[in-house]
Design a protein around this ligand. Structure first.
Ligand code: SAH
Length: 254
């Protein structure tokens, strides 16, 4: 039996947002590897072994997946959203690069998924309709000073921004500082969206402005979208629409 690894994105939560390609890979798999809550989303069946592991062991998990594939297993490594966005794909390639040379013969595919910022953006309208960037606000894998620098420069360049991992219990002060930096760089009316548990039963979308936003509006289930200076809101009955026009006039360069 020829083994392989497929690094798959399970989307933001709703089954309907899992691609047919990912469903097909899950059907063919002998082994599923991933962080506990993501593996919990996979239905058990005969012939399928689930290997759930704790967070922060991405490289161990990747080595395990590659070794099982080298032994002939069909392994799907699961991430939420897209596996290339602050998730397992880069970890598997890091393990591959540093692993035994035989591992380079293992077929490895990345199967994309719908990442949180795109699911959130679709719910709100089109806040990422013009140029945007994504920043992981966790300083587990990089220094906080780098996050601050990127935030400030992105705000000065007038990108819309998506923040992943905005605020964890172990580092509550980071998002407070994030809001302070944004307030230094942007006007108080700047639109900011807190999209929590998008596409899950407990989904909550909150539209705010920079002067009204407070750090406790975000947690680890939330992706935060900050508009550019041109992002606008259309009031209507029910939920308003937030969008960023595709056209930026010549004289308005942020
Ligand atoms: N690979 C994932 C991101 C992993 S980082 C993706 O592409 O979406 C984990 C962060 O993603 C969370 O802290 C949160 O900021 C965001 N996130 C993941 N799923 C989400 C959802 N359903 N709703 C809102 N944010 C989500």
């Amino acid at each position: 039996m020829t083994g392989w690894v497929k690094i798959a994105g399970l989307g933001p939560g709703d089954e309907a947002l899992i691609t047919p390609e990912v469903s097909g890979a899950l059907d063919e798999a002998t082994d599923i590897v991933g962080y506990i809550p993501y593996v919990a989303r996979i239905a058990e069946r005969p012939g399928l072994t689930l290997h759930a592991s704790d967070n922060r062991v991405e490289i161990d998990r990747s080595q395990h997946a590659l070794q099982m594939a080298a032994d002939g297993k069909r392994v799907v490594v699961v991430s939420s959203g897209d596996p290339g966005v602050f998730a397992m794909a880069a970890a598997v390639f890091e393990a591959l690069e540093n692993g035994p040379v035989e591992w380079r013969n293992i077929p490895v595919d990345v199967l994309p998924g719908i990442t949180a910022m795109l699911a959130a953006s679709a719910r709100a309208g089109a806040p990422l309709g013009h140029d945007f960037c994504a920043i992981n606000l966790s300083d587990n894998l990089k220094p906080w000073s780098l996050i601050e620098k990127r935030l400030r420069l992105a705000a000065q360049a007038d990108f819309s921004m998506a923040f992943y991992n905005p605020r964890s219990k172990s580092r509550p002060e980071g998002f407070v500082k994030t809001l302070e930096i944004l307030r230094e760089e942007c006007e108080p009316e700047r639109l900011i969206l807190f999209a929590r548990a998008v596409s899950r039963a407990d989904e909550a979308i909150r539209i705010s402005t920079l002067d009204e936003a407070t750090a406790d509006m975000a947690d680890m289930q939330t992706v935060v979208l900050v508009g550019s200076s041109r992002t606008r809101m259309i009031e209507r009955s029910g939920v308003p629409i937030v969008y960023t026009p595709r056209f930026t006039p010549d004289e308005d360069q942020g």
